[in-house]
Design a protein around this ligand. Sequence first.
Ligand SMILES: [Fe+2]
Ligand SMILES: [Fe+2]
Length: 197
Amino acid sequence: MNATQNLKNDHLTIKRIRNISKTCSDKLYANQSIPITDIEIVSVIIEEFVDNFHHGKEEKAYFPETKDKDGFAEDIRKFVIEHELGRRIAMMLRRELKEWKKNMEKEDNHELSKADRPTNEPVARFLKSYAVFLDDHIQKEDKFFDMVEEKHSITNDENEILLKFYESCKNQAGGKIRMQEMIHLIEYLETREWMKA
Ligand SMILES: [Fe+2]
Ligand SMILES: [Fe+2]
């Protein structure tokens, strides 16, 4: 697998994360109950797999290697800005999730008045925003990757170097075992009751 296909392959996994995020949001909006721990897992997968690992490979290896080729600089500049947007949404999701959890605990301890009932609306909103962000970003990058492949912009030697870089990105994101765990967590979420229609 070459360096470009490697990223496209990640996108297939990220599309699964996108589907989980979207379904989770839809179900929350429909007032279906979802264990907060499941949503915490979604948030961890976003942070570790999408952001640290996949965006790490793009930002630290693939983009620096391709940005001076074939007029790619502008596309890459936009992709990096989009990553920042994704990070902001993920950060707000984490913050709202914490808030919701805190309020649920307070409610359990009868420390909240009726007017302050915990709401999961912000969590549903940011899960949806993240799914929309992924849809848009992945679609644009896939097109870009197709173009890189059509133009044969990356030499075999560069491919080898990139694949080695990816390995160090994997280590920075928690290592091989941790990334396998991410895949298992995605599989786990996909089989949850609330993921079914
Ligand atoms: Fe990206
Ligand atoms: Fe990507």
